[in-house]
Design a protein around this ligand. Structure first.
Ligand code: DQA
Length: 141
């Protein structure tokens, strides 16, 4: 099974950025540990601070793999272009967030991509990614 994990703006700084919110583990180290934890899954990891690059990656992975785990960062809250990219592809997408976006500033409670996704997982720290991977494993046809 192939799963793509796609991360948007500022997620390259997880581990350093606002550690009281996002923790002190680097996202790269954490995602690498998933390869050991799920040896039967072929993972691809992608991060970009640029909306168009994220759309390009969704368009590629969206016809290549069985699941996409997408943390679009702040783009979640306003990028209709990303939402359209999610709608445009065949692969199901799960929206994830490290923090509990519903318990933070009001603008974070809005997701313009959630309706295009099969599920939203937020607030479990980096474990949110694991939970999305498990969902795909359990729901694979
Ligand atoms: C985030 C939440 C977003 O509101 C924020 O802009 C991020 C990270 C999260 O993973 O908790 O960059 O997506």
């Amino acid at each position: 099974m192939k799963i793509a994990i796609i991360n948007g703006p500022n997620l390259n700084l997880v581990g350093v950025r606002e550690p009281h919110i996002y923790g002190t583990t680097s996202l790269t180290d954490y995602l690498e540990s998933l390869r050991g934890k799920y040896p039967n899954v072929e993972f691809s990891f992608f991060q970009s601070n640029h909306e168009g690059d994220l759309i390009d990656e969704i368009q590629i992975q969206g016809f290549e793999c069985e699941g996409i785990v997408l943390n679009a960062g702040a783009l979640t809250h306003y990028s209709y272009a990303l939402a359209d990219a999610v709608r445009a592809v065949e692969t199901p997408v799960i929206e994830v967030h490290i923090s509990d976006v519903n318990a933070r500033e009001p603008f974070r409670r809005i997701s313009v991509i959630k309706d295009a996704c099969v599920a939203v997982i937020a607030g479990f720290g980096l474990k949110s990614y694991d939970m999305a991977v498990e969902w795909f494993i359990e729901n694979a046809n």
